[in-house]
Design a binder for this molecule. Structure first.
Ligand code: MCA
Ligand code: AMP
Length: 460
């Protein structure tokens, strides 16, 4: 799609949604999603990104919590039942182009996107992201990576998160460059995009691990990767071993950056910066960052050793959690946002993420998954008496979701049945990969489950 075609298609969407309070976009990895989001942004209408593989209870939550007036989706896509009472707008690329809404440019503080993110407990929270955060963050990234309209991004990420939609699509549109979205990520599709004309890859560590493995086995894949200008990894930690494997077969060192739905991208190794394995670089221009010790006092040391919790302040921050003033207040302190991530800082300002405060958050293949949500879904099954969910180390996914289940007396359920039950309720990436059956969960004297005692024998 050319920019002229995008203007016409998105203009048509903007004409239809103008004046609405909020719209939802069924964010399949397709061009219609990009058109729908750009149309809503043109019209100044906040767009709620919906993972098309969400389960029934999540869809119901998104529809009730965000109250979108309409759902934007491609012709032929099924309308999720939770959205059947809303207006639908089919993004038909063949339809006559629209003029684009005549609304004035909204205030920089106006909400642009609502992106759902999991917490340790309860349903996902809607992160309200203003136009100002997107614009300033994308410009800071362009500065860090010397990103121009000549760049072509090879893209295989989902479009319902900040990484794929804001960095991977809106980043390209803001520069006036090109994105080649491959639909479903595969090594061959990304290598194909690079052979065509792609100059940058945005990916999560699981993708780079698969690319590194393929590059070791295929000179043609290694060759394709070597053509890129920049390999950028984020959403989770890229193990040093993968950095080194990629460098051996492609000559490239990956550039890491650290972000979060609530803050967009906080730090990034610059294109001309030192690419140190395990480091996510210094703060982006305009982003203020500090580390706090356990007492909540900002650390003075930048010795590369002392660990503190990362707090962030700057134009990159979100506005609020939708309908959750309690959660917003808990996360913010004097304008600083508490990330919950733990890091050290070197003398030259480079950050190294070493862990996170919450043990009940799992990062699997770059997706953040709350243990509490899956535990609630499991307990909802008629045969389940008790359940705990942990993230276990996994060589491909970083962490994999593992369920520990106690069945009710006299009841039975197979692992497959429980996995399918979770998949009915929640997005497909939240399904446990492994289910262990126990006679009881290990608990301390206060009745709290001792998750450190739940160790998967297959941990890799
Ligand atoms: C998965 N499968 C299962 C189960 N789980 N089957 C049975 N039981 C299960 N429990 C199936 C899948 O449906 C799939 O089948 C097959 O197993 C392989 O799945 P998987 O291992 O997950 O691999 P994949 O489908 O190739 O996906 C890997 C991926 C994907 C491409 C890396 O996880 C991904 O796109 N991750 C990106 C996450 C992301 O964008 N995060 C950004 C948020 P079948 O092939 O038949 O479907 S973080 C963010 O935005 C901040 C700002 C940041 O910092 O970036
Ligand atoms: P999400 O809430 O899904 O946007 O995920 C944000 C979280 O992903 C952060 O709080 C970090 O824990 C993690 N994360 C993102 N980028 C990196 C990175 N480069 N290295 C380590 N962790 C990361």
């Amino acid at each position: 799609m050319t920019y002229a075609q995008l203007t016409g298609c998105a203009g048509r969407a903007a004409d239809v949604v103008a004046g609405m309070s909020r719209v939802a976009v069924l964010a399949e990895p397709r061009i219609e999603t990009c058109v729908g989001v750009v149309g809503a942004l043109l019209a100044g209408v906040p767009a709620v990104l919906i993972n098309p593989k969400s389960g029934a209870s999540e869809m119901a939550h998104f529809a009730a919590d965000a109250q979108p007036e309409a759902l934007l989706l491609r012709p032929g896509a099924d309308v999720p039942s939770a959205f059947r009472d809303r207006a639908t707008l089919r993004i038909d690329l063949a339809a006559a182009p629209g003029a684009g809404s005549s609304v004035d440019e909204p205030s920089p503080e106006a909400p642009a996107l609502i992106v759902y993110t999991s917490g340790t407990t309860g349903p996902p929270k809607g992160v309200v992201i203003p136009r100002r955060a997107i614009a300033t963050n994308l410009d800071a990234l362009a500065d860090a990576w010397a990103w121009t309209d000549h760049d072509v991004v090879a893209h295989g990420l989902p479009l319902f998160h900040v990484h794929g939609l804001v960095v991977g699509i809106l980043g390209v549109v803001r520069r006036g460059g090109t994105a080649r979205h491959v639909g479903k990520f595969t090594v061959d599709a990304v290598a194909g995009a690079l052979r065509e004309d792609a100059t940058i890859i945005f990916g999560v560590p699981t993708m780079y691990r698969r690319l590194a493995e393929a590059a070791e086995q295929s000179a043609s894949v290694a060759h394709a990767l070597a053509r890129a200008r920049l390999l950028v990894s984020g959403s989770a930690a890229l193990p040093a071993a993968e950095h080194e494997r990629l460098e051996r077969s492609t000559g490239h060192r990956v550039v890491e950056r650290y972000g979060m739905t609530e803050t967009l991208i906080n730090t990034a190794v610059r294109a001309d910066g030192d690419r140190r394995a395990g480091f996510v670089g210094p703060p982006l221009g305009g982003v203020e960052l500090r580390l706090l010790d356990d007492a909540g006092t900002p650390l003075k040391e930048s010795d590369g050793d002392t660990i503190g919790e990362i707090e962030v302040r700057g134009p990159n921050l979100f506005l609020e959690y939708l309908n959750r003033p309690d959660a917003t207040a808990e996360a913010m302190c004097d304008g600083w946002f508490r990330t919950g991530d733990l890091a050290t800082r070197s003398a030259d300002g480079y950050l190294r993420i070493v862990g996170r405060r919450a043990t009940d958050l799992i990062k699997s293949a770059g997706f953040k998954i709350g243990a509490g949500e899956i535990e609630a879904a499991l307990r909802d099954h008629a045969s389940v008496d008790d359940a705990a969910v942990t993230g276990q180390p996994d060589p491909d996914l970083g962490e994999r979701v593992v369920a520990w289940v106690v069945l009710r007396e006299g009841k039975n359920a197979s692992a497959g049945e429980l996995i399918a039950h979770v998949a009915d309720q929640l997005a497909s990436h939240k399904r446990p990969r492994v289910v262990h059956f126990l006679t009881e969960l290990p608990r301390n004297e206060l009745g709290k489950v001792q998750k450190t005692r739940l160790v998967d024998g297959r941990a890799g």
